[in-house]
Design a protein. Structure first.
Length: 81
């Protein structure tokens, strides 16, 4: 998902200088690529791991996931955080 979002020039995955310079490059360490699934997305993503929940922290709800750690199956609508 991270590669797809970065390839789309209309979407800014890393907003702000801190996220642009401080991101981990897709290693799942920083949590800066957190996105929220905005549609029902039934069957698009699997369950969120405890590691993801820890990395996302208080910035997101149960629908938030790390773009670098997920592959989606089918169309989905996401919102960058």
């Amino acid at each position: 998902l991270r590669k797809t979002l970065l390839a789309n020039k209309d979407i800014e995955l890393y907003r702000g200088l801190k996220k642009k310079l401080g991101n981990c490059g897709g290693g799942g360490q920083c949590g800066f690529c957190a996105v929220e699934l905005t549609d029902d997305g039934e069957g698009v993503w699997g369950d969120r791991s405890d590691y993801e929940a820890q990395r996302i922290g208080k910035n997101g709800n149960e629908k938030c996931r790390l773009a670098c750690m997920n592959n989606i199956v089918g169309p989905a609508t996401v919102r960058t955080l």
